[in-house]
Design a protein around this ligand. Structure first.
Ligand code: AHR
Length: 321
């Protein structure tokens, strides 16, 4: 499904309505083309909504396209943005490889490109200007540090972990895995039985957990899942067994959406590492700087927290996504 939203149209209408002058025109400060990955998770939907809202707040015209998880759709969207001569292009790359050609076309057209949420892998210089998104490696480290503390607290001598990973070859998948693995490597109690690809989808989380339970049964001590959606899917499968999630199996998730936090409060998830989808404000401010020729920061990481049963989870407020 292709969707283009000209948020600046709404800016014009609101402005005209507020002034009571139908004929008044307000030019957007710039036009930003944004290629979103898809709608695979509550996180992604919250991220899209935040970018739309912040475009309106900043008076920026937004052309937004949803790629439905396909790299070829993102490449086609970026080519359309170049053809429309937008001022700035931003995109969340579904995977890290394969962007050199289209980004060289954007560079040759003189349009600056901002990476949002995820990164690309390239040997070429100067294809992108700035990367705005979470420190995924740190998220993996924080998840691992939690499980090490939990093992200490429970006095466990062995911890058999299964990992449900996000989309293969995507930045969060690679870095959440390496941050986690590097951190548990120094602790001889930790054993990863298997890592399976859950593609950041709830349905895949269920399928992966079914497979893992059939193969390893109650020898699984912990599930490390790269996002809330897959965690919620995996929980459905665990709850079909006699194992009690949060007690017999330690559950660690990443994102911090409302549904997962509600389940954390019920005690069925032990730890959620936050990954905020609220990247819209930094994106709009960076786009404006690029348009004005002002220097931008190369990497912007938002502050993020860890929510876990180590603290009073009843105090966690509404999440908004
Ligand atoms: O790239 C961020 C990840 O993508 C989020 O953790 C996940 O929920 C989303 O699909």
């Amino acid at each position: 499904m292709r969707r283009i939203i000209f948020a600046f149209l709404s800016v014009l209408l609101c402005f005209a309505a507020a002034c009571g002058k139908e004929e008044e025109q307000l030019e957007p400060k710039l036009v930003l083309g944004f290629s979103q990955i898809g709608s695979e998770s509550a996180w992604r939907i919250g991220n899209t909504r935040d970018i739309e809202e912040q475009a309106l707040n900043y008076g920026i015209g937004l052309m937004l396209e949803n790629a439905n998880q396909k790299q070829e759709n993102q490449i086609a969207a970026i080519r359309r943005f170049i053809a429309y001569k937008v001022d700035v292009i931003a995109f969340s790359p579904v995977v890290e490889e394969g962007w050199d050609n289209v980004l060289t076309e954007a560079k040759n057209a003189g349009i600056p490109v901002i990476l949002v949420d995820r990164d690309i892998n390239t040997d070429k210089e100067g294809l992108t200007t700035c990367s705005i998104g979470a420190d995924f490696y740190k998220e993996g480290v924080l998840a691992a540090e939690y499980i090490i503390r939990k093992a200490d607290k429970l006095g466990l001598s062995e911890v058999n972990i299964v990992e449900i990973t996000g989309t293969e070859d995507s930045t969060p998948m690679r870095k959440r895995q390496s941050g986690f693995m590097d951190t548990i490597a120094g602790d001889a109690r930790m054993h990863v039985l298997e890592s399976v690809d859950g593609d950041f989808l709830k349905s895949r989380g269920t399928e992966c957990m079914k497979y893992l339970l059939e193969k390893y049964g109650d020898s699984i001590d912990a599930v490390y899942s790269h996002n809330d959606e897959m965690t919620l899917g995996a929980l459905k499968e665990i709850e079909k067994t006699e194992l009690v999630p949060g007690k017999d199996i330690i559950i660690i998730s990443i994102d911090g959406g409302q549904e997962a936090i509600d389940v954390l409060k019920e005690g069925k998830i032990n730890c959620v590492v936050e990954c905020t989808p609220r990247l819209g404000q930094a994106l709009m401010e960076t786009a404006l700087k690029l348009k004005n020729g002002t220097a931008v920061e190369e990497v912007i990481h938002p502050d993020e927290k860890v929510f876990s049963d180590e603290a009073d989870v009843s105090l966690i407020g509404p999440r908004g996504y």
